[in-house]
Design a protein around this ligand. Structure first.
Ligand SMILES: NC(=O)c1ccc[n+]([C@@H]2O[C@H](COP(=O)([O-])OP(=O)(O)OC[C@H]3O[C@@H](n4cnc5c(N)ncnc54)[C@H](OP(=O)(O)O)[C@@H]3O)[C@@H](O)[C@H]2O)c1
Length: 432
């Protein structure tokens, strides 16, 4: 039998336990694919006495990262500990010592992916990170391998399970945001501090990674426009329902010509759109390619075994490269210079809900503002409100530029007849 490949694991929590289980349970399959066994040689944890989901020999556990990274017998480091600055230093040291790296860490890859990939290439090492976006869905390898012959023009993703769980419950059962958030926390779908999920940052990190790969451009986290779900109300969702829309937190990466936009925001989708039926904690990424047309990838975005499947698949890719002697050649430098669209170049339909004084001519003043900028309406609802002689107007526009729309919002808020701009959202999903 050929010598085993030895793995050093940084972390033995939710994902780390799943990795150990898959390596143990699928050993025959791994040997068949890569021609040698895989052993976990050392595992970094914070607390070696903690009770764990998976049984491991206690002699494997250590709290000293050097015992993993400096072990000359370890070929591959699997990083499933989380964290950014310290973790980056650990991985850079591992790469400098010629160890291949597999990570599930989107925070790290969104912030320092380019630097780490450059260090990997410099040291002839592989660095794979499939699990960092949409957990168990093999979307990164699909972009770089399966769709490599195509030109991807747009990706729309539901890439955060927590917010999808919350919005599904709010849309389906009319539950209030706080109530569903508490339920998500109880079920373990949301962290005690949910801000990174509900404010859209987690999804933004994943969209930065997707856009970088899909468009072969150095997209940074700060290039992603981000808006979370905390302001969405029951009224918005009810109006959406009446108009045939479902609300989702959608990451959009769109390329037209040489320019791109990347954003994460609550978005109304037609009920018939495939992403509208992605419910609960599930994730999906909708990809448009010039040649392939529309494709969608759907599955569990998190969880111990689904995420570990992606991690161990990356490990298999490293081992296949080792067998062929081609490690360190997979990362391709971005092909295109980064060119971001200006707000005047980003077009979308918009949903707008406003409260206006219920008086003659009010609606005409509003329509004038839109028509002056060439923005027309696709759908309109107008209802009297019980309070204060106000009326509620809900408008869905045809496509308008973000710049025009923002200017209109500013002008509307200056109008004497406009009492309050209650909400506005992008409307997507017309298939282009
Ligand atoms: N959970 C998911 O479904 C999922 C999905 C996709 C990606 N990810 C990513 O995968 C990574 C791990 O997530 P997780 O959910 O498995 O986390 P987790 O359950 O909190 O586990 C983290 C593990 O790392 C260890 N650890 C953390 N900081 C450490 C330190 N400074 N020194 C030594 N050991 C340390 C912990 O040790 P102790 O056990 O001793 O505390 C624990 O075993 C994160 O980057 C996350 O974003 C997770």
């Amino acid at each position: 039998m050929v010598n085993p490949i030895s793995v050093g694991l940084l972390g033995l929590g939710t994902v780390g336990s799943g990795v150990v289980k898959i390596i143990e349970n699928h050993q025959d399959q791994l040997i068949h694919q890569v021609g040698c066994p895989v052993t976990v040689k050392k595992i970094l944890v914070r607390d070696i006495y903690k009770e764990r989901d998976v049984k491991v020999d206690s002699s494997l556990l250590t709290t000293n990262v050097d015992e993993v990274i400096n072990d000359p017998g370890i070929d591959v480091i699997i990083e499933v500990m989380g964290g950014v600055e310290e973790t980056k230093q650990h991985l850079l040291r591992a790469l400098q010592q010629g160890k291949h790296v597999v990570t599930a860490n989107k925070d790290l890859m969104a912030l320092y992916g380019s630097e780490l990939l450059a260090a990997a290439t410099e040291n002839g090492c592989d660095l794979f990170y499939e699990a960092s976006v949409a957990g168990g869905i093999p979307i990164l390898r699909t972009l770089v391998d399966g769709l490599s012959s195509d030109r991807i023009t747009k990706m729309m993703g539901i890439v955060n399970g927590t917010t999808n769980f919350i919005l599904t419950k709010m849309c389906k059962y009319g539950s209030a945001y706080e109530e569903v958030l508490a339920e998500a926390q109880e079920l373990g779908y949301a962290e005690a501090d949910p801000s990174s999920d509900v404010e859209g940052l987690d999804a933004a990190r994943k969209m930065a990674i997707l856009a970088r790969l899909g468009f072969s451009m150095n997209i940074d986290l700060e290039d992603v426009q981000v808006r979370g779900i905390t302001d969405i109300t029951e009224e918005d969702l009810n109006y959406g329902k009446r108009l045939g829309y479902t609300m989702k937190l959608i990451g959009i990466a769109h390329r037209e010509g040489e320019k791109v936009e990347v954003s994460v925001q609550p978005t109304f989708l037609p009920d018939s759109h495939p992403l509208a039926s992605v419910s609960d904690e599930y994730n999906a990424v909708y990809v448009y390619g010039e040649a392939v047309g529309e494709t969608m990838f759907y599955g569990p975005g998190a969880g111990s075994l689904p995420t570990a499947t992606a991690v161990v698949s990356d490990l298999v890719a490293v081992m296949k490269n080792m067998r062929l002697g081609v490690n360190g050649r997979s990362a391709v430098a971005p092909q295109y210079e980064k060119k971001l669209k200006a707000p005047a170049e980003i077009f979308s339909k918009y949903f707008l809900r406003i409260h206006v004084k219920d008086q003659v001519g009010a609606f005409a003043k509003i329509t004038t503002l839109f028509s002056e900028r060439g923005v027309s309406f696709e759908k309109i609802l107008q209802l009297p409100l019980k309070e204060n002689g106000l009326a509620e107007i809900v408008i869905v526009t045809h496509k308008a530029s973000q710049k025009d729309y923002e200017d209109i919002l500013q002008q509307l808020s200056d109008l004497e007849i406009v009492h309050n701009i209650k909400s506005w959202y992008r409307v997507e999903g017309d298939g282009k």
